[in-house]
Design a protein. Structure first.
Length: 311
């Protein structure tokens, strides 16, 4: 990670250690952590793998990746090409505009065309059979309309130097309202906003929730909400330290949780062990995490970071 960048990535580490439990199906063993992340070029026909904590993805592992899972749960068959070396013209950004100058394991999309500059999860053969994709039933058009309304209110509040009123974005669905009390009881805090990110059927949702502060303690969580269980990925922060350091959850966030910049491109797997593909945009880049539901937590099993600071 580039020095000085303090987005949600730094806080995501708090979520826990790597889960190494493998999933068995049809006699095969699929490790849910055997994934990579990549971003798409301007044409939508190629992807470049991002570095993870261990550095560059080895070629042998890259060559095993067979499918790219991108925004809206779209699946693309991919083929490993080679390691692309960086060029002297690179600006250091992991963006579609710098794609041909950046370095990383290069893949081509065999069929179809992905969204340019999209962030995707790369998985090996058999992975999506072991962990099937649940489509997002919260329509993209509705999410975009809500985000537009949020930005309008944010600009208005900032111009009047008033706190942002989040009430109109809180608990959109009947299912959310039914479970809000359970969520608040689990964290011993009231929720300021329940920001729906992903819905599957009538009894499974993933939401970004900001809780009311307790003295200096701030708390936001990614929550998998089901009828019989809650699974949390907690993102705590300190108001005092955040104001001293220029951001609570990420650089320049004005100590706002910024749930509007969070996204769940896909939910995979079955009840009791779902995988949540989660991204959070910050001022300098994007935090990317794959979590798995286990014992009331969303446990981080893979992560990466896209450096995209404005030039």
């Amino acid at each position: 990670m580039v020095s000085g960048v303090r987005p949600l990535v730094a806080l995501l580490v708090v979520a826990g250690c790597v889960l190494s439990v493998a999933w068995r199906q049809a006699g095969a063993t699929i490790d849910p952590a055997n994934v990579a992340f990549g971003f798409v070029d301007t044409t939508g026909l190629n992807l470049l793998a991002l570095r993870n904590d261990s550095g560059r993805i080895p070629a042998a592992r890259a060559s095993s990746m067979a499918t790219a899972l991108c925004s809206e749960g779209r699946e693309f068959q991919i083929r490993y090409v080679h390691f692309q070396k960086g060029s002297p013209s690179s600006n250091g950004r992991q963006s579609d505009g710098n794609f041909v100058h950046d370095e990383g394991q290069l893949f081509e999309i065999v069929q179809g065309r992905a969204e340019p500059d999209d962030t995707c999860l790369l998985v090996p053969a058999g992975y999506l059979e072991a962990f099937p994709v649940s489509r997002n039933e919260f329509p993209k058009a509705d999410r975009e309309a809500r985000q537009s309304a949020y930005y309008k209110k944010l600009i208005e509040a900032d111009s009047k130097k008033q706190p942002l009123d989040l009430s109109s974005f809180h608990a959109l669905t009947a299912f959310a309202k039914q479970n809000l009390g359970r969520i608040e009881q689990a964290k011993s805090r009231t929720a300021k906003v329940y920001w729906l990110l992903h819905r599957t059927g009538s009894s499974q949702e993933v939401a970004a929730i900001e809780f009311s502060p307790v003295e200096d303690s701030l708390l936001g969580s990614l929550v998998l909400v089901e009828q019989d269980r809650l699974s949390f990925f907690d993102m705590p922060a300190s108001l005092k330290k955040g104001r001293e350091n220029g951001g609570c959850w990420r650089v320049d966030d004005d100590c706002r949780f910024n749930q509007n910049e969070m996204n769940v491109p896909a939910v995979l797997g079955k009840a009791g062990g779902q995988l949540i593909f989660f991204t959070a945009q910050g001022a300098e880049g994007q935090a990317i995490v794959l979590c798995q539901a286990k014992d009331g937590k969303l446990v981080e099993i893979a992560r990466a970071y896209r450096y995209q600071a404005p030039i």
